[in-house]
Design a protein around this ligand. Structure first.
Ligand SMILES: C[S@@+](CC[C@H](N)C(=O)[O-])C[C@H]1O[C@@H](n2cnc3c(N)ncnc32)[C@H](O)[C@@H]1O
Length: 288
């Protein structure tokens, strides 16, 4: 056999070995991340992440929720938070909020209840529904009814969803909102096209590295177009870059956790902050 042929076969075999290692690695991560152990661990780590990044997200959340109190005064009704996790938005809810919580991971309920206790009488949990946001009707069980809530809050959830799930979730948001009800969203989205950040976001998402590490999260989502196509009466939004400088992370955190957070936030640093309103039923009928 000629030397050239041996070289080509050697390279081919090396490529096969590398490809097999990558496939086994990704399959291993998939098995681990779909286990109940991981879901429990992920639910706990979300609380740590919320505490670590509280100051980073505070200005964005203040902006997002600036009119929530007034809206709930003008339209009495429940607030539904989808993909609620441990409940990181309670500081921004008005006194006396009646809350319906939805999350597909039932293990978040424990940390959610702990944070509700801390919030005291400010928030009343009407029910916790362990369901996917893309179908909250729960097929006849106690789900969320049509035209029943005054506001839907969604923070850092849509990034986890596939194209179809995203469209179904937005349709569900519209289904459960009362006419005139509002959808409050805070989601990380793709960076400006053709920047280094944009390229890296696409690379780690397309190679399934980011989604495998972070519960299906995709850091290159174009969320706004789905919301615009959701059939709301109006949509208002802006893209804001979060301030991730070192002083935004509070003191008791280790240097390692701060730098890890800063690396993660390099990939998810552009935030879509906005509001959408569901039209009155007469307007909805006109559209049909
Ligand atoms: C990144 S965490 C954000 C938690 C919280 N909203 C916050 O701002 O801290 C995403 C949450 O969405 C939940 N989740 C993921 N996919 C979901 C789905 N299809 N339906 C409902 N919840 C989902 C996860 O279990 C997790 O609690």
């Amino acid at each position: 056999m000629s030397n050239e042929l041996l070289l080509v076969m050697g390279i081919w075999n090396a490529l096969l070995v590398v490809a097999s290692i990558v496939v086994v690695f990704i399959a291993g991560i998939k098995i681990v991340t779909s286990s109940s152990w991981y879901k429990k661990r992920f639910a706990q780590s979300q609380n740590e992440w919320v505490n670590l990044t509280r100051r980073v997200f505070d200005p964005l959340k203040r902006k997002l929720f600036s009119d929530l109190e007034q809206h709930l005064r003008s339209m009495e009704g429940d607030v539904l938070e989808i993909g609620i996790g441990p409940g990181s938005n309670f500081d921004y809810y008005p006194q006396g909020t009646s809350l319906i919580a939805v999350d597909s991971n039932p293990h978040v309920e424990e940390s959610l209840k702990r944070n509700l206790e801390k919030a005291g009488r400010k928030i009343y949990l009407k029910k916790f529904v362990a369901a996917s946001a893309e179908d909250m009707s729960c097929k006849g069980e106690i789900g969320v009814e049509d035209n029943s809530v005054a506001a839907v809050v969604c923070a850092k959830l849509l990034c986890n969803l596939s194209d179809l799930q995203m469209r179904k979730t937005i349709a569900e948001v519209k289904r459960v909102l009362m006419p005139g009800g509002r959808f409050y969203f805070l989601e990380h989205v793709a960076a400006k096209p053709w920047t280094c950040q944009y390229f890296l976001q696409h690379l780690v998402t397309k190679l399934r590295i980011w989604p495998s590490l972070y519960d299906g999260c995709c850091c290159n989502q174009n969320t706004l177009s789905y919301i615009h196509n959701g059939g709301f009466k109006w949509v208002q939004s802006e893209k804001i870059q979060a301030n991730c400088s070192q002083e935004m992370f509070s003191a008791p955190n280790s240097i390692y956790s701060i730098w890890r957070a800063r690396v993660i936030l390099y990939f998810v640093n552009i935030w879509l902050v906005g509001l959408a309103e569901k039209g009155q039923l007469s307007e909805e009928k006109k559209k049909l």
